[in-house]
Design a protein around this ligand. Sequence first.
Ligand code: SF4
Length: 407
Amino acid sequence: MEEKESKMGLTRRDFIRTVGLGGMAATGIEIERAMAAPAPGEAQAQTIPKRKLGKTGVEVSILCLGGMFDTINNQLLLKQAYNWGVTYWDTAEGYGNGRSEEGFGRFFSRNPEARKEIFLVTKTRPGTPEKMTDSLEKSLKEMQTDYVDMFFVHAITASNELGDPIKEWAARMKKAGKMRFFGFSTHTNMEDCLLGAAKLNWIDEIMFSYNFRLMNSPKMKEALAACVDTGIGLVAMKTQASGPAKAESETELQAVNRFLERGFTDKQAKLKVVWENPNIASICSQMPSLTILSANVAAARDLTKMGRSDLDLIERFAMDTCSGYCAGCGRICQEAVGGAVPVSDVMRCLMYYRDYGDRDLARNVFAGLSAEARAKLTEVDYAKAERACPQGLAIAKLMREAARVLV
Ligand code: SF4
């Protein structure tokens, strides 16, 4: 059945057009079959659905525009995201070679009416209150706004990094009208960070690594439940579950073909799996091109539910390819090497290098690690860490590779 063009200009046709981007096995015939055979219940929302962000009470779009790219020269993409209902935007002082916030600011100066509709988030590293005030003021200036909706302490690895000075600082900034809410992001030891935050009473939101590989562990489920109980809003990132290495598996081919038959790509399926959890308010996704943006918007608007067999297949794929994915449990490997190397951080750099194909980002993040740790990269004995690694990663080999490609 031919579908009418929607007001948003994004229809099932667009949705299917994306098939094959991530589907290595997609042929023209398969794509046509997918177009001719709409999946049961292929209803589409008119715009991107919204969900409540914990106790903040704010409703945010379930798709968030991650700003880790050149936002200055992608103003049309920002406009299109806004027009399509992606009204939750995330950036940080260091994103886009330190210029992502400036790109958002340029957009707001040209589209002032958009500012109040965008739920705007930025971040800084934990520091002294004075340093954090400087960072926040600089971010506000770059983004040409008086306030942010959410301010994050960036990339914490343990909840005790959030002491009383930060708590008092956040309360002061809220009172001054510089930020509405406060939280943190984490991609290392996420479960412990969430469990720790649930014991505090001043965290409004957490953005954390969460995907089909991580979502089924009992500890992750426990951590989510604890945060939900205390009203902390939860936003997922790193939902494609890319890793520092590529683990081959026949299940990948099966998954690609299966999802194609259902009407979406494997990349879209990975988003949909996360949205199946109603406690995840939004997914933050880096969308540096209109192709990725339109594919993700289509997935967000598509109301087809994942079936039990879809979820089983994606779980099997996760298990078959676990040796290519770093689960961010950095405490385990870091302890095993006596704290000499932040292995999970190096793994993340390799992921940026290999999977994102963003060499500058990979090398910048790597250059931000301590010089001592970088110098020791190929000298450390990783045998104990490899034995302890729950994912079975070839840590020594990957650290040698990092030393070769990230300098
Ligand atoms: S133990 Fe393994 S999976 Fe966990 S952070 Fe270290 S390398 Fe990654």
